[in-house]
Design a binder for this molecule. Structure first.
Ligand code: F6R
Length: 244
């Protein structure tokens, strides 16, 4: 695992954007696995800026997203499809037909199976961008006594619902289930790029970077088994997690 410790979250996002922009430069048909949540927003801004400046070209890139809430429509302001459209896809020159976010409505088990197909269609993503939950979740693979390999419907833990309530009018409105890539789809990517910031992530990052254990109680620890995983954190989080 490669660790990059930056001076600030802003710098972490620049470093992550640089890796993504370099990849699409080297391979214009690159396939990306993308994430939602707060962490990647500045990364997506930097990608949009590069596109606007004419230094990046996503016209032939393809994407598949980690997850989507169950029970809300793609045009719902809190859906991950809406998040990706407004934070990234509308702001870069990607062909939206080449972007995939699972549908949270209808037969969600069938939609999870469709996500699994899309992950591997034409080959697994060249790069999977990841955030990390306070409990170490990646995608919505929640900490627990086991993890699930294929894409599936996951019941969100109370801590995840609480963490994500900030985006909704009240915690009661947060969907309790989500479709997520499983560990197989995530681990199949050519490169994993995990970005984290904030005190809430310290315990999970300690498990990832300090401890030797790989444990379902902290799903991010599976990155230790990936041959090309990059973790970017700022010095404040590094200090909190005890990373020297
Ligand atoms: C988002 C996702 C989640 C988030 C994680 C961190 O698609 O899969 O694992 O990356 O919950 O969220 P933020 O960045 O909001 O702290």
């Amino acid at each position: 695992m490669k660790l990059i410790v930056t001076k600030s979250y802003e710098e972490s996002c620049s470093a992550a954007a640089d890796i993504i922009l370099q990849l699409v430069k080297n391979k214009p048909t690159a396939k990306f696995g993308f994430a939602t949540g707060s962490t990647p927003i500045p990364i997506y801004k930097k990608m949009a800026e590069a596109c606007k400046a004419g230094t990046a070209d996503f016209a032939n890139a393809r994407t598949v997203n980690l997850d989507e809430y169950c029970g809300i429509a793609p045009n719902h302001p809190q859906s991950y499809r809406y998040f990706m459209d407004t934070n990234l896809f509308n702001n870069i020159n990607i062909n939206k037909a080449n972007t995939f976010v699972a549908n949270g409505l209808g037969d969600v088990n069938a939609n999870a199976a469709e996500l699994e197909e899309k992950i591997f269609e034409g080959g697994a993503p060249d790069l999977q961008l990841l955030g990390i939950g306070n409990n170490g979740h990646i995608g919505f693979n929640e900490a627990g006594d086991h993890l699930i390999a294929p894409s599936h419907v996951e019941t969100l833990t109370p801590s995840t619902i609480e963490a994500n309530a900030r985006f909704f009018a009240s915690p009661a409105e947060v969907p309790t289930q989500a479709i997520t890539m499983g560990m197989r789809g995530i681990m199949a990517a050519g490169q994993l790029l995990l970005v984290a910031t904030g005190a809430g992530k310290a315990e999970a990052i300690k498990g990832l970077l300090i401890d030797d254990a790989v444990t379902t109680q902290n799903p991010a620890t599976f990155l230790k088994l990936h041959p090309n995983a990059v973790v970017i954190i700022d010095s404040e989080l590094a200090a909190l997690a005890g990373v020297k």
